[in-house]
Design a protein around this ligand. Structure first.
Ligand SMILES: Cc1ncc(COP(=O)(O)O)c(C=O)c1O
Length: 476
């Protein structure tokens, strides 16, 4: 127990860890039965958790237990088998063990001197990821907090390249007063890449968007747009569009990049789509990705490591360092690889350990099996949608995202949109399966994403039951 103004207590560590272990074990054991969400209101959560800063402390084991009890209504079963919302993975046992150890040994993975073990582990993870996805061995990169930051790393390097083409150092001197750098993407560019364009000074509203029927960019329209642009262009491709799971033709994008007279840089957002590369059945979807200049992907999605983890790769490591390396006497002179010269942050979490443990424990064969199982689950659900009256598939599902909607008899467009928004709320409140809503090609829709190692065919059956029941109750 702490008392005000006395020494900082260092005891209670073992008991607190045992308490956290017991809570975590019970939570993980409950995942197969646990409601996916209890959909609490913000008021309920504030009532459960909000309070003034404690003036004096408490026993760490009791504190961790208290938090769990008070927060539990707002803890989703997102690592569980029936959470199909957004694109969430689920942490595997090996990754979880690695992540816990990373917290316990508390290494600063920002620079070599902070932790040679963390830096070297990250280099090995990057090597294994290149090998897993068949990417060129010479590509350099870094782990990030997710695909958004991986997009930022790729696009910052692209900005550096474009600045050099136009005769200036973008990271060093900024963009003010310089010729504009043109960014081109499909209309289905992910919002995270748009966020990055704002952060990097390109402007969120400046991206030139090309139509993407069914989620795949229209190559004829894209070629036409490029013909009208003189200078260098940053081209952003999608490998796995978030609503439909569709892919741009990456080889064709690389050809357009090669043929652009002013020079072009191809950045690919492959947050989850990159995982198609691990299966010979699916690898055609990412054909040409090895010709990209930079690419972004997620670890906390299909690698099934815990939040947060993503990774970025670029072809030209020197340009990457130009974008991020800054001198500083107090951090100079690491004998080995300094991750902070490759990413926006300096101090960083040791994410590499969870990824190392997962890749070591499951290997290439394990990830191929995981990806193929998820894709089979998605295909089974898509077939069920097609065979079920009152629901329709909004897009063919090439990978792991199924986009569908209810079609109410006699409803006009906006009433039908409202039906689908209500269906999402009903399914979420039911608690058996978590799906999320979206708008696809102008119509309200529902998405189910399959990228969790725990999901079985029986879980897909429960999803189908929850969707069917929501449809029946809404039409009643
Ligand atoms: C295609 C795509 N890109 C980027 C992101 C952003 O990823 P993160 O939330 O890990 O930053 C996502 C997330 O769903 C995505 O699907």
């Amino acid at each position: 127990m702490t008392s005000a103004g006395t020494d900082f207590p260092a005891d209670g560590g073992d008991e607190a860890l045992r308490a956290a272990h017991a809570l975590a074990g019970a939570f993980l054991d409950s995942l197969p039965q646990r409601p996916v969400s209890r959909v609490p209101t913000p008021q309920e959560m504030a009532l459960a958790l909000d309070e003034a800063l404690p003036e004096t402390g408490g026993d760490p084991a009791a504190v961790v237990g208290e938090w769990f009890a008070r927060a539990e209504r707002g803890i989703t079963a997102s690592p569980g088998p029936r959470f199909f919302g957004f694109v969430n993975g689920g942490v595997t046992p090996a990754a979880l063990a690695g992540d816990w150890l990373a917290s316990a040994i508390d290494q600063n993975a920002g620079l070599w001197a902070g932790s040679p073990a963390a830096a070297q582990t990250e280099l090995v993870v990057l090597r294994w990821l290149r090998e897993l996805f068949g990417l060129p061995a010479a590509w350099e990169g870094a782990l990030t907090s997710g695909a958004t930051m991986a997009n930022l790393v790729g696009l910052a390097t692209a900005r550096q390249w474009a600045g050099r083409r136009l005769g200036f150092d973008a990271a060093g001197d900024g963009l003010a007063g310089r010729p504009p750098i043109v960014v081109v993407a499909s209309s289905e560019i992910h919002l995270s890449a748009v966020k990055c364009l704002g952060t990097l000074g390109f402007g969120r509203n400046q991206v030139r968007r090309v139509a993407a029927r069914c989620g795949e960019v229209d190559l004829v329209a894209l070629a036409g747009l490029l013909r009208g642009i003189d200078g260098p262009v940053i081209l952003i491709g999608n490998a796995g569009e978030v609503n439909s799971g569709h892919f741009d033709d990456l080889a064709a994008l690389a050809d357009l990049r090669d043929g652009h007279p002013g020079g072009a840089w191809l950045h690919v957002d492959a947050a989850f789509g990159l995982f198609a590369a691990v299966s010979p059945r699916l690898a055609h979807l990412v054909r040409g990705i090895e010709r990209a200049d930079s690419l972004a992907a997620d670890g906390h999605k299909w690698l099934n490591v815990p939040y947060d983890c993503g990774f970025a790769f670029v072809r030209d490591g020197a340009l990457l360092r130009e974008a991020f390396a800054v001198g500083g006497a107090y951090v100079a002179g690491g004998a080995g690889w300094d991750p902070f010269t490759h990413v926006p942050e300096m101090s960083r979490r040791f994410r590499g350990l969870a990824a190392w443990c997962a890749l070591k424990a499951y290997g290439r064969a394990g990830y191929r099996a995981l990806v193929e199982r998820c894709v089979d689950n998605a295909a089974a659900f898509a077939r069920w949608v097609e065979a079920t009256p009152g629901v329709e598939l909004m897009n063919p599902a090439p990978l792991n995202i199924v986009c569908f909607r209810f079609v109410g008899a006699g409803l006009d467009g906006s009433a039908n949109d409202e039906l689908n928004r209500a269906a999402v709320r009903t399914i979420q409140a039911d608690g058996r399966a978590f799906v999320t809503g979206t708008v696809w090609q102008g119509r309200a829709a529902i998405r189910a994403a399959f990228d969790n190692w725990r999901t079985t065919a029986a879980d897909v059956g429960l999803l189908q039951d929850a969707v069917a029941q929501a449809g029946a109750s809404l039409s009643a």
